[in-house]
Design a protein around this ligand. Sequence first.
Ligand code: PLP
Length: 435
Amino acid sequence: TAESAAQSQADLLSVDADFLWHPWSPSRVSAETTVVVAGDGCEVQDVDGRRFLDAKSSGLNATLGYGCRPVIDAISAQLRQLMTYDMGEGSNVPAIRLAERIAGLTGPHLTRTFFCNSGSEALETGIRIARFYQAVLGFPERTVVVSLDNAYHGSTMAAAACSATSSPVADDVAPSGFVTVRRPGRAGAESIEGPEGIEDLREFLSANGTRTAAVLVEPVQGRGGYVMPDACLREIREMCDQQGILLILDEVMTGFGRTGRMFAYEHAGVQPDILATSKGLSAGYMSLAAVTTTTRVFDVFDRNKDKAGFVHGHTHSGHAAACAAGLAVIDFIETQGVLSNVRARGEQLLDALEPVRSMPGVRDLRGRGLLVAVELDRARRAARVKDHMRGSGILVRRTGRSIVLAPPLIITASQTDRIAQALVAAASAAASEAP
Ligand code: PLP
């Protein structure tokens, strides 16, 4: 069979090309695709035995690297005891404990957690909660959800409607009631230096505030490696408060340590009404996402149980083994000095990358914690930098014309140096090539 014959990377990729439909693209895999068979710390190994330093943490979710013993042990112990139990008509201990634990990190206002399985589902849930909340309060006309251009919130229907898309057919299937406004920052610039551009949101809300349910924002926009200045978040919070609009923060990528704080909103000193988290919550060990709302939002539903009718949930909401993973991940972050490592390694990475700033073809270098972007002048040049990095045994992510570094939060100082040195060399090689 194909299964038994597929031994080498090339064999496996040919079976892959015949049978798999990969996320994000229906196109077939390229010969450069890495079929990973094992992982250990910050490194992965492909089927042919080559090792790579994973400077993108899989899909930014392997935040504690590979083979993290305490997390694996917690999951296997839970699986042996009880894999899960239906949360619709019952409850289970890891889900109870994890909801309590999250409230300890997000409180005192954000106290109530709904579990689901992916970042997209978390946003879908947050959006439904916001619309129901407004309707229950007597504002059924408040249905609009405003997001910023270049955002990425996921692939399910509502989450995708709030996301930038290059698909010409996406508009045909997009549900109504989703509006995108220009994100703050200079027009055309990938980075955000100041709060210019916030006027678009202000104008939209002053004309349409009474039909708006929520504003949805990523505190650090992932798709282009953008960084949002704290000032904008504070202004957006104020605008929402003035008009009875809920603020949903998408911390699917940033939550649980990526920026050097447990949540990126802490840098701005701004809390949302609804917080979506996923990747760093289970560190890639299980599928898990959380929607954490304020007591105020939950109480509106609770007081109006009869008319709220919020019929929403997933079979695997609060999956016991996934929640056991979440508890072990939080324990690990808190006891192993993970947040201070993120801050130290993030600074080290930015300092060591400083030489790229003045290279031809490089437009910007920016970052927060272990989320660092090198923006080039062209996507093609960025693709070449990525290829050079792979040649040096380091896997990085490219979004548009930026190379985004997001290594596991447990990365060591010497591994950080290795990434920086390889990227300086790769950017220098790409700078001398035609644009
Ligand atoms: N929101 C952000 C900021 C993300 O980075 C992602 C995933 O990349 C999502 C939402 C969607 O999460 P998922 O892929 O788990 O559905």
